[in-house]
Write a protein that binds this ligand. Structure first.
Ligand SMILES: NC(=O)c1ccc[n+]([C@@H]2O[C@H](COP(=O)([O-])OP(=O)(O)OC[C@H]3O[C@@H](n4cnc5c(N)ncnc54)[C@H](O)[C@@H]3O)[C@@H](O)[C@H]2O)c1
Ligand SMILES: N[C@H](CO)Cc1c[nH]c[nH+]1
Ligand SMILES: [Zn+2]
Length: 437
């Protein structure tokens, strides 16, 4: 990996930029795909699958049948099924704990407000499968969808790996389609003869998938967030183990040539040791060509102080941030921009990718400055409810009347005034006339 001395702040934006195509370039490819699916529906999906995925959907069909889903179980080893079930359980436990009890709040006597969480009725989950069948993503999206009570969970993936189908059954997916890329996002956004239109689209994917999500979001379909090519930043000092650091860097580099990894350290010795093992480890990877390209896009940055490292990491806003430093928890408290943080030498990023319980669908390309990763909340809407007693309205009404009048919204004011007048009349009727003696 290229070793770079601590750069001047003016150089940070260029240095920390991800190796992705510009949005204008990628939209030129993706926009016509979206339009084709919108115009031609299923026929476009068949044509685009042949062009980009080299599959003939007229032979296999677009829809994955209930029988195919059920057959997946017998195609997996018992060990893999047990691992998937354990991951399912951990992810479920972590996401279930995100449920919040309904709390009714009295803002004034007689004025009560609360929020109800309601699962989004129809959601689409995209499962990447171009270069690797990411069945772990089925758990990451399906578990919170299931816990939220989403009624329709529509899964699209270009991969037909049985583990995707096995995990889909575990999380209660309702529809499965053999489609990938921008065309799958378009099908979920607009609907086709076979694919139901959904209200919100979730899931990671390559640059085409991510650009398609961003484009359909402009047209009113909700999306989780931009979750593009994977990345990791590692902040390591002399307490880090070079072979662990190298393995963590390669774990995200092997996702794709457009991935990026970053090593930040105050120790030249550590960086050199990591670089040495990195080459050896990389040469043994089946996906070494992909990883090597990602490593070419990557950097090791030498910093003078911990403060510089923390500033740089906050500016980078990594999808994943590993802190392999002596005081990892203290450093973590000072991180304000990251998708997910991994503390200490024995918390590999892969644990979060598969099975610790946290969600691996995370913002990339600096979007962690403003977005969170997927959680249970991503799959629910919060509906606010309020209830006001007559006494409550007598106290609150004049506040609303004064504000409505100042905004020149007479009907708003009247909606309160009429009720206050009716209450005043009732009170007069109910009060017995006092006869003077
Ligand atoms: N941020 C996250 O949370 C997260 C999680 C998991 C994976 N990822 C990332 O997801 C990505 C998965 O990418 P992938 O490619 O393996 O699978 P993918 O399923 O995202 O994309 C494959 C699809 O891309 C389309 N495609 C390929 N080349 C194209 C072209 N030239 N023009 C138009 N469309 C084209 C094809 O239709 C294909 O089906 C990786 O970059 C990985 O790092 C991110
Ligand atoms: N690292 C990916 C998120 O960027 C998630 C993943 C799935 N499988 C392996 N890794
Ligand atoms: Zn990964």
């Amino acid at each position: 990996m290229n070793i770079i001395p601590f750069p001047a702040r003016a150089e940070w934006p260029a240095l920390l930029a991800r190796p992705v195509q510009s949005s204008a370039q990628i939209e030129q490819v993706v926009a016509p795909i979206l339009q084709q699916v919108r115009d031609q529906g299923d026929q476009a999906l068949v044509e685009l699958a042949a062009r980009f995925d080299k599959v003939d959907l007229t032979q296999t069909g677009l829809v994955v049948s209930a029988d195919e889903l059920a057959a997946a179980e017998s195609q997996l080893s018992d060990d893999l099924k047990a691992a998937i079930r354990q991951a399912y359980q951990n992810i479920r436990t972590f996401h279930e704990a995100q449920k919040q009890p309904v709390e009714k709040i009295e803002t004034m006597p007689g004025v009560t407000c609360w929020r109800r969480s309601v699962g989004i009725e129809k959601v689409g989950i995209y499962i990447p499968g171009g270069t690797a069948p990411l069945f772990s993503t089925v758990l990451m999206l399906g578990v919170p969808a299931q816990l939220a009570g989403c009624r329709q969970i529509v899964l699209c993936s270009p991969s037909n790996h049985p583990a995707i189908y096995y995990a889909a059954s575990l999380v209660g997916v309702t529809h499965v389609f053999r489609i990938g890329g921008a065309q799958a996002i378009a099908a979920l956004a607009y609907g086709t003869e076979s694919v139901p239109q959904v209200y919100k689209i979730f899931g990671p994917g390559n640059q085409y998938v991510t650009a398609a999500k961003m484009l359909v979001a402009k047209e009113g379909v909700a999306i989780d967030m931009p979750a593009g090519p994977s990345e990791v930043a590692i902040y390591a000092d002399d307490t880090a183990v070079p072979s662990f650091v190298a393995a963590d860097l390669l774990s995200q580099a092997e996702h794709g040539a457009d991935s990026q990894v970053l090593l930040v350290s105050t120790s030249k010795k550590l960086v050199s040791a990591v670089n040495l093992v990195l080459d050896t480890q990389m040469s043994r990877l089946p996906r070494r060509d992909v990883a090597a390209k990602a490593i070419d896009n990557s950097k090791a940055i030498l910093v003078d102080t911990a403060d510089d490292a923390i500033d740089l990491l906050n500016a980078y806003a990594a999808e994943h941030l590993i802190l392999s430093v002596a005081d990892a928890e203290t450093v973590a408290d000072r991180i304000v921009n990251a998708g997910s943080i991994f503390l200490g030498n024995y918390t590999p990023e892969s644990a979060g990718d598969y099975a610790s319980g946290t969600n691996h669908t995370l913002p990339t390309n600096g979007f962690a400055r403003a977005y969170s990763g997927v959680s249970l909340d991503s799959f629910v809407k919060k509906i606010t409810v309020q209830s006001i007693t007559p006494e409550g309205l007598q106290a609150l009404g004049p506040v609303v009347e004064a504000m409505a009048e100042a905004e020149s919204l007479e009907a708003h004011k009247r909606a309160v005034s009429l009720r206050l007048a009716a209450l005043a009349e009732q009170i007069t009727e109910e009060t017995p006339n006092e006869t003077p003696r």
